[in-house]
Design a protein around this ligand. Structure first.
Ligand code: DC
Length: 258
């Protein structure tokens, strides 16, 4: 169901983040058994196609933890940029990775990423980080370090994780795998709105180009490229609201109960 919208740039009516109403999705009740089941749910897909929105919605509905693996690669990238680490130099990369500590905290109901004790949630979303994160996350040493931490976090189960290699590498035995995708123009507009809401001013064309470049690098890298796991369910959310997307995913989760 891929649609292309070559001329118009006003897709705000299609942006899931704009029209989410919680209705009766989750908050205990019908999902309390699932809360106890402690499933592992893996969400992979292209850049800015709403993976984190869906993952957060599912985690909230099921009372699970949410793991934003992209934030971890962004935090590493920010460290490299701020400390002038040449990421083409394997020794410099290994030394830098030794110095990096990443953790997450919930602040006012939102996930915040901390890099060596500093809240970098806003800084890691800046365009400069977006421009370097794909080459940085293609480095095997970086992936090894991040995947090890992600697997350890998954040991507790009851987790929704989103990224590029969650269903293929991090949690290949996940109970549910979703592969999310959407039209690139719609994704660009969503990202544009998201950045604007955070007070980050970015050019629409620059965002679109960044999404396409990242998709290309993420899908073609040698180490754990973005690809749909054979047993993943594809959801194209181009024309879905945030609520519809969450409902589809919750139906998949509920199907696991039976
Ligand atoms: O989900 P995101 O756009 O915040 O991710 C930023 C980058 O991190 C993305 O371009 C590719 C990389 N990434 C990855 O290689 N593997 C993951 N599991 C998550 C993200």
């Amino acid at each position: 169901m891929t649609q292309t919208f070559p001329h118009s740039r006003n897709f705000s009516h299609l942006c899931p983040t704009r029209n989410f109403t919680r209705r009766s999705l989750g908050e205990g009740g019908q999902n309390s058994n699932l809360s106890k089941l402690k499933l592992i749910i893996a969400i992979d897909g292209h850049s800015s196609c709403g993976k984190s929105t869906l993952a957060k919605g599912l985690a909230k509905a099921l009372h699970y933890a949410y793991l934003d693996t992209g934030a971890m690669y962004r935090a590493v990238t920010l460290y490299f940029l701020e400390n002038g680490v040449d990421y083409n130099d394997p020794v410099a990369v290994d030394e830098a990775l030794e110095q990096i500590d990443i953790h997450f905290e919930r602040i006012d109901g939102q996930n915040h990423t901390f890099l060596n004790g500093r809240d970098v949630e806003r800084a890691i979303r800046e365009m400069q980080v977006s421009e370097h994160v794909s080459p940085v996350s293609a480095i095997s040493a970086v992936r090894r370090a991040m995947v090890a931490q992600q697997k350890a976090l998954g040991n507790r189960r009851g987790i929704v994780a989103d990224g590029r290699d969650i269903g293929t590498v991090v949690f290949p035995d996940a109970d549910l795998k979703i592969f999310l995708t959407a039209d690139v123009d719609v994704r660009t507009s969503r990202r544009h709105l998201e950045l604007a809401a955070k007070g980050i001013d970015a050019d629409w064309d620059e965002i679109r180009q960044n999404l396409e470049t990242r998709d290309r690098i993420d899908s073609s890298r040698a180490d754990s490229p973005l690809r749909r796991a054979d047993d993943a369910v594809v959801i194209d959310n181009t024309l879905l609201s945030e609520e519809q997307q969450l409902e589809q995913a919750l139906q998949l989760v509920h199907a696991l109960e039976n």
